[in-house]
Design a protein around this ligand. Structure first.
Ligand code: ASP
Length: 309
């Protein structure tokens, strides 16, 4: 049996095709209606389903990731369930997928999918994506690969997948083939009521250093710097970053370009006590740092986690 966890998104969205998109709302159709719209689903697998959230994924929070993780852990305890499919909005799909990838050990396959067109679109992509996700979650090939994603006829692994384009059915891409992926789950023992706050600060021409202090004063325990080029830190940020570091805030250099950001290249990471993101994009580096802080990793352990392929 394949268990579906519905969280909302455009796959459950409606736009009223005559409105030109102005009446678009994600996450309005209940999971039962979504399943009923998929031809061939009953032949593909026996299905059970649960509506755990009904969100536009732009509004998803780390607290929601913990809700999803708890639902997956529960479903994995049921020996009748052979695979789990999560229906999710595409905006932050890669974040939830990577969070689950780091917190779920190898076991019952977990496959996320969503849609770029709402459910009431005449050529909605949600039904085909849902069917493909059920098939992948039922397959032998999905085992041991960690959390997977299916969109537009292609599978991806959670670590490498990014939403690369704002629109179009081919919005997602990955730098590596999913078939080479391996389950991770190094935070499988995570047992927290909330995750530590980590903020992302964008680097751009003239970015004010006072943003650093604003984040720290507001409670951030880590800062991911989404910097230009090879993680180039503006000189005007140095005093603020040193102050934050001295207050125990973890500072992580990442790039707004495709990676990698290499340690001690283009910056004195050892001298400043900074971490580097390797090839992880800022939103995923943030998740790794949140989990490392929650699990009280040392700086060396956190750096090793960030650089692991
Ligand atoms: N804003 C929507 C969401 O992320 C977009 C989508 O699902 O495609 O929920």
């Amino acid at each position: 049996m394949i268990h579906i966890l519905a969280t909302g998104g455009t796959i459950a969205g409606e736009a009223d095709p005559t409105s030109g998109g102005s009446r678009y709302k994600a996450g309005v159709r209940p999971v039962g209606a979504l399943l009923a719209s998929v031809p061939g689903l009953a032949e593909a697998a026996e299905i059970s389903a649960e509506q755990i959230l009904a969100l536009d994924s732009k509004d998803m929070t780390p607290a929601d990731w913990l809700v999803i993780l708890a639902a997956v852990r529960r479903a994995r305890l049921d020996p009748a369930i052979d695979g789990i499919v999560i229906l999710h909005g595409t905006d932050t799909l890669e974040e939830t997928a990577y969070f689950l990838h780091l917190t779920l050990p190898a076991g019952t396959p977990v496959v996320l999918t969503g849609a770029m067109r709402p459910a009431d679109h005449p050529e909605a992509d949600g039904p085909a994506n849902l069917l493909a996700a059920v098939r992948l979650a039922s397959s032998r090939e999905a085992r041991g690969k960690g959390v997977l994603v299916v969109m537009n006829g292609a599978a991806h692994d959670a670590r490498h997948l990014i939403k690369a384009r704002t629109s179009g059915l081919d919005a997602f891409e990955s730098a590596e083939a999913w078939t080479a992926a391996q389950a991770d789950g190094r935070f499988a023992d995570l047992d927290v009521a909330s995750l530590p706050r980590v903020d992302i600060l964008p680097g751009y021409a003239g970015a004010p250093a006072r943003l650093i202090d604003a984040c720290v004063t507001d409670g951030a325990r880590g800062l991911v710097l989404a910097l230009a080029g090879h993680g180039s830190v503006p000189a005007s940020w140095l005093p603020g970053l040193r102050l934050a570091r001295d207050q125990g805030v973890a500072i992580l250099r990442a790039s707004r370009c495709a990676g990698p950001v290499t340690r001690n290249a283009n910056a004195d990471d050892d001298g400043e006590g900074w971490l580097t993101a390797g090839d992880l994009p800022p939103p995923k580096a943030r998740i790794a740092l949140m989990l490392a802080l929650a699990s009280r990793f040392s700086a060396a352990e956190t750096q090793a986690l960030l650089l692991r392929p």
